[in-house]
Ligand binder design. Structure first.
Ligand SMILES: Nc1nc2c(c(=O)[nH]1)N[C@H]1C(S)=C(S)[C@@H](COP(=O)(O)OP(=O)(O)OC[C@H]3O[C@@H](n4cnc5c(=O)[nH]c(N)nc54)[C@H](O)[C@@H]3O)O[C@H]1N2
Ligand SMILES: Nc1nc2c(c(=O)[nH]1)N[C@H]1C(S)=C(S)[C@@H](COP(=O)(O)OP(=O)(O)OC[C@H]3O[C@@H](n4cnc5c(=O)[nH]c(N)nc54)[C@H](O)[C@@H]3O)O[C@H]1N2
Ligand code: SF4
Ligand SMILES: [Mo]
Length: 765
C-alpha cells in the first residue's frame, strides 16, 4: 500500500503541483491528478487524487498540504474504495409497500417540495426539519441553512455535529465569545508537554498524532500525558497514563486549578490584563426528559471567591473522585504550573460527549487562562474536531438550531438583520426562536410532532443514543410522516426512509471543507458519479426552487462557488474572514482564517499575529464583547454522571471507534481491506471481569441497560484495555445496535449526548 502511494506521489509532483489547482478529469485515458481534502476526520489531510476515465485509480498524501506533508493514514489510502462498493444507490427510490420503486429526479423533487409544503400548511413551519452533517461541504450546509431559515422560516436544522462538537462550540462561545480555537497544529511543534484529556489520537487523528510523535523524537524532553478511562493504542506512546474513573476529568481539572491558584503557576498579570471570572448554575440536570429546558446564569466572581470555590478539590479528594493517584495529579499540576513549560491540551469526544461537556471545555480553557499558557507557540488549549467539516460547515456556517453564519444567533436582532440583508429576504423573515436541536428533533419525530424530515450525509438510525425509542418512533404508522434520506449506500437509516436519494460522494462533486485549525480546503469534481447520483447541494437547491424560492437560489453555473462566496460575506470584518472560492481553488493545502490582505492567521487573538488583535499587551480577546474583551475563567464543579453502575447494572459502558472504520462503517466496511482488518464489533472486557463472568476471547456476551440490549463477542486483552468494571464497544458495525443500549442524557448547555457513560449488565450467552 505504501509503495503504491510513494509511486503515486512521485508522479503527482509533476502532475499536479504545477497546475496549482485540480487537474482535468482524465477522460482521455491518461491519469490526471487533482487535489482534495480527505473526507474522513477533522485532521484535514490534503490528498492528491489520480483519475482515469472518470474513475479514481490512486491517491496519495499531498506533499504541499501543511497538515500532513504527504502522509495519510490507513483510511486515507483507502479513500477510492469507499466510492466503489457494489451497492451504490444510483436512482431515487420511493417506498411502495415493503419495497421501493425507482422514480425520476423530477418526481422526487416535486414530491419533497409537496410534502414540505403540505406539512407547513397543515401543521406550521415547526413541523418540518432537516438533519445534516459535519460531513456536509460548506456549500451543502449553507444551502440547507438558507433554505430553512431564510426560505421556509423554520429553525429546525441541526447536524450530527451536535453529537460531536456541541460542547466544544458552547465551550468556546462562553469562554471567548467566538467559536473555534485560538491555536493551530503548529503548536504541536513547539510544545514541551502535550496533555490528552480523553481522546485516542493514535486511532482517531493518526496523521496529527504522527506530528506529536515527530515532535517527541526531535525533542526528547517533550512529555505526553494520556488522561483516559481506558488504555488505548495512544496510551502506548504516553510518558504518563492517568487511568481515571468516568467523569473523573471534572475533578482532575478542578484539582489543577486549585494548585494554580493556591500554590504556584497563576499568571496574575495575564489574568488581570485579559480575563474575568464567572460561576454558573449547578445541579443542572441531564436532559433526559422531553421538552427539557435550561438556561445558565453567569455570575461574576473575583479571584478570592474562585479560590474558595476550588479549595475543596484537594489532591486527596480529587484522587478519590477520579480514581487517580495523588502523585500523578501532582506531576500533572506541576506541568501546568511550570512557568517555562509550553503546554498543549488536546481533547475530543471524552470531553465533549459528556453530560457536563461545556463545563469540561470551560475548565480546560480555564487552566490555560489561569496559567497564561495561551497565545504562545506551543501553549494553547486545542479542541480536536471529529468530522472533516464540523468546523467549516456546522460551526462557521451555523447549521445549528440556534445558528446563523459566523457565530450568528437567531435570538440576536442584528444577526438576523445581517442574514436577511445578505439573503435579500424581507426583514423579519428569520424566526427569533431557536429550532429543535438533534435530540429534540428525534424526540419530536417519535411523538409525531415532526412530520417531514430530510437526513443528509449522516446515518442517525445507527448513531443516535437510546436508539430503540427513535427507531420505534419512526416505525409507528403515521400517514403524515415522511422521511427523506440522501446517502451513497443503503444503511439502517435508508431502510426507514420513505424516499431515498442517490448522492455523489467525496470527489464526485466539488466542495469546501473546514478542518480543526480553521483551515478551508476546496476541491473540484474529479470523478464520475454512478447512475443518476447528484450532489447534496443540488438536491437541496432543486427542492427550494421547486417551492418557489428561485430568488434566493438564482440560476448559476456553479452553486458551490456562489454559495461559498455568499457565505464569505458573513465572515468579513468580524474576525472570521475566509478567502474567496477562487483563492481556495488556486491554493494547495488550504488557508486558515481570519484571512486578511492575502495572509492567513495561525495564532488567533495574538497581538502581532492576528490582524484583528490590536489592543492589549499579549492578546486581544476581541470577540468577547459581552465581557469587555476578556476571556472567561469559569468555576465549574464536579457533578456525577447521569447514570452510574449499581447492583443491577454493575458495569460502565463506554462507546467509540477504531482506526480502520469510519463511524457506522457504511463506507469503510465496503473496502475489503479495512473490513477484513476489523470485520465485526466487539466488547472489550477486563481480564479479571472476564474470568468472573466465565468469558473467553471471542465468546458471545449480552450487554443490557435499562433501555435495550445487544449481543456481541468478547475481546479480552485486545487493542484497547478497559479498567475493571468498565466495558468498551466500537459502534462501526450496523448489525449490532449498541446505541439501543446507550443513554440519551446530554449536556444541558450544549445538548450534546454522553455516549461515554451509562450503566449496563453483562452475561455470557
Ligand atoms: N478511525 C477513525 N477516526 C475518526 C473517526 C472514526 O470514526 N474513525 N471519527 C472522527 C470523529 S467524528 C470523532 S468525534 C473523533 C473521536 O475521537 P476520540 O474522542 O479520540 O475517540 P472516541 O473513541 O470517540 O473516544 C475515546 C476516548 O474517550 C475517552 N473517555 C471516556 N470516558 C471519558 C470521560 O469520562 N472523560 C474524559 N475526559 N474522557 C473519557 C477515553 O479515554 C478515550 O480516549 O474521531 C474522528 N476520527
Ligand atoms: N455509541 C456512539 N454513538 C455515536 C458516537 C459515539 O462515540 N458512540 N459518536 C457520535 C459522533 S461524534 C458522530 S460524529 C456521529 C457520526 O454519525 P453519523 O454521521 O450518523 O455516521 P456516518 O457513518 O459518518 O454517516 C455518514 C453517512 O453519510 C453517507 N455518505 C457518505 N458520503 C456522502 C455524501 O457525499 N452525501 C450523502 N448524502 N451521504 C454520504 C455514508 O454512507 C453514511 O451513511 O456518531 C455519533 N454516535
Ligand atoms: S488522519 Fe484523518 S484526514 Fe488524515 S488521512 Fe487519516 S482519516 Fe484522512
Ligand atoms: Mo464526531
Amino acid at each position: 500500500m505504501k509503495g503504491l502511494a510513494a509511486a503515486a506521489a512521485a508522479s503527482a509532483l509533476t502532475g499536479c503541483r504545477s497546475t496549482g489547482s485540480s487537474g482535468e478529469s482524465g477522460l482521455d485515458g491518461s491519469l490526471k491528478w487533482g487535489k482534495a481534502p480527505c473526507r474522513f476526520c477533522g485532521t484535514g489531510c490534503g490528498v492528491l487524487v489520480g483519475v482515469r476515465k472518470g474513475r479514481i485509480e490512486a491517491v496519495t498524501g499531498d506533499p504541499d498540504c501543511p497538515v500532513n506533508r504527504g502522509t495519510l493514514c490507513a483510511k486515507g489510502y483507502h479513500l477510492p474504495g469507499i466510492l466503489y462498493g457494489d451497492d451504490r444507490i444510483t436512482r431515487p427510490l420511493l417506498r411502495k409497500g415493503d419495497g421501493y420503486e425507482p422514480i425520476s429526479w423530477d418526481q422526487a423533487i416535486t414530491l419533497i417540495a409537496q410534502k414540505y409544503q403540505e406539512a407547513i400548511d397543515k401543521h406550521g413551519r415547526n413541523s418540518v426539519g432537516i438533519y445534516g452533517s459535519g460531513q456536509w461541504t460548506i456549500p451543502e450546509g449553507y444551502a440547507a441553512l438558507k433554505w430553512f431559515k431564510g426560505g421556509l422560516r423554520s429553525n429546525n436544522i441541526d447536524p450530527n455535529a451536535r453529537l460531536c462538537m456541541g460542547s466544544a462550540v458552547t465551550g468556546h462561545m462562553t469562554t471567548y465569545g467566538s467559536d473555534e480555537p485560538a491555536g493551530a497544529y503548529d503548536d504541536i511543534e513547539y510544545a514541551d508537554a502535550i496533555v490528552l484529556w480523553g481522546n485516542n489520537m493514535a486511532e482517531m487523528h493518526p496523521v496529527l498524532f504522527n506530528r506529536v510523535l515527530a515532535r517527541k523524537r526531535q525533542a526528547p524532553h517533550v512529555q505526553l500525558i494520556d488522561i483516559t478511562t481506558r488504555r488505548t493504542p495512544t496510551s502506548a506512546y504516553a510518558d504518563l497514563v492517568m487511568l481515571m474513573k468516568p467523569q473523573g476529568d471534572l475533578a482532575i481539572a478542578n484539582g489543577i486549578a486549585r494548585h494554580l491558584v493556591h500554590h504556584s503557576g497563576l499568571d496574575q498579570q495575564f489574568v488581570d490584563d485579559h480575563c474575568t471570572l464567572r460561576k454558573g448554575k449547578t445541579n443542572i440536570g441531564y436532559g433526559t426528559e422531553d421538552h427539557f429546558k435550561f438556561q445558565d446564569k453567569p455570575e461574576p466572581i473575583d479571584l478570592e471567591q474562585y479560590r474558595e470555590l476550588v479549595a475543596p478539590y484537594t489532591p486527596e479528594r480529587v484522587a478519590e473522585l477520579a480514581g487517580v493517584s495523588v502523585a500523578d495529579l501532582k506531576t500533572l499540576a506541576e506541568i501546568y504550573a511550570a512557568k517555562q513549560t509550553r503546554v498543549l491540551s488536546l481533547w475530543c469526544m471524552g470531553v465533549n460527549q459528556h453530560v457536563r461537556g461545556t463545563w469540561m471545555n470551560n475548565l480546560i480553557h480555564g487552566l490555560h487562562l489561569l496559567s497564561g499558557k495561551i497565545g504562545v507557540p506551543g501553549s494553547t488549549p486545542f479542541s480536536l474536531t471529529g468530522q472533516p467539516s464540523a468546523c467549516g460547515t456546522c460551526r462557521e456556517v451555523g447549521t445549528l438550531a440556534h445558528g446563523l453564519p459566523a457565530d450568528g444567533h437567531v435570538k440576536v436582532p442584528e444577526h438576523r438583520a445581517k442574514a436577511e440583508k445578505i439573503w435579500k429576504v424581507k426583514p423579519g423573515t428569520i424566526d427569533p426562536k431557536p429550532g429543535l436541536h438533534a435530540m429534540a428533533m428525534f424526540r419530536a419525530l417519535d411523538r409525531g410532532d415532526l412530520k417531514v424530515m430530510w437526513v443528509q450525509v449522516t446515518n442517525p438510525f445507527v448513531t443516535v443514543p437510546n436508539l430503540r425509542r427513535y427507531r420505534d418512533g419512526k416505525k409507528k404508522k403515521r400517514d403524515d410522516s415522511f422521511l427523506i434520506v440522501s446517502d451513497i449506500y443503503p444503511t439502517p437509516t435508508t431502510a426507514l426512509a420513505d424516499l431515498i436519494l442517490p448522492s455523489c460522494g467525496w470527489v464526485e462533486k466539488a466542495g469546501v471543507f473546514g478542518n480543526s485549525e480553521r483551515r478551508h480546503q476546496q476541491w473540484e469534481q474529479l470523478a464520475k458519479p454512478p447512475g443518476e447520483a447528484k450532489p447534496d447541494v443540488w438536491q437541496t437547491v432543486a427542492v427550494a426552487r421547486k417551492m418557489g424560492l428561485t430568488e434566493i437560489f438564482p440560476e448559476t453555473d456553479s452553486l458551490e462557488r456562489d454559495l461559498y462566496n455568499e457565505f464569505r460575506e458573513f465572515t468579513l470584518g468580524v474576525g472570521k474572514d475566509v478567502p474567496t472560492y477562487e483563492t481556495l481553488q488556486a491554493t494547495h493545502g488550504g488557508l486558515r482564517w481570519p484571512y486578511v490582505d492575502g495572509k492567513e492567521t495561525i495564532y488567533r487573538y495574538v497581538v502581532g499575529a492576528d490582524p484583528y488583535a490590536k489592543k492589549g499587551t499579549r492578546m486581544d480577546f476581541y470577540k468577547a464583547k459581552k465581557t469587555g474583551g476578556r476571556a472567561v475563567i469559569w468555576f465549574r464543579p464536579w457533578e456525577p454522571a447521569a447514570e452510574s453502575p449499581d447492583e443491577e447494572y454493575p458495569f460502565w459502558l463506554c462507546t467509540g471507534r477504531v482506526l480502520e472504520h469510519w463511524h457506522t462503517g457504511s463506507m469503510t466496511r465496503r473496502v475489503p481491506q479495512l473490513h477484513r482488518a476489523v470485520p465485526r464489533t466487539y466488547c472489550e472486557v477486563h481480564p479479571e471481569d472476564a474470568q468472573q463472568l466465565g468469558l473467553r476471547p471471542g465468546d458471545k456476551l449480552r450487554i443490557t441497560s435499562r433501555r435495550g440490549s445487544c449481543e456481541l463477542q468478547a475481546s479480552i486483552g485486545g487493542r484497547g484495555k478497559p479498567q475493571r468494571g468498565q466495558l468498551f464497544v466500537p459502534f462501526f458495525d450496523e448489525s449490532v445496535a449498541i446505541n439501543d443500549v446507550t443513554l440519551d442524557a446530554y449536556c444541558p448547555i450544549s445538548k450534546e449526548p454522553d455516549y461515554k457513560k451509562c450503566a449496563v449488565k453483562v452475561e455470557r450467552v
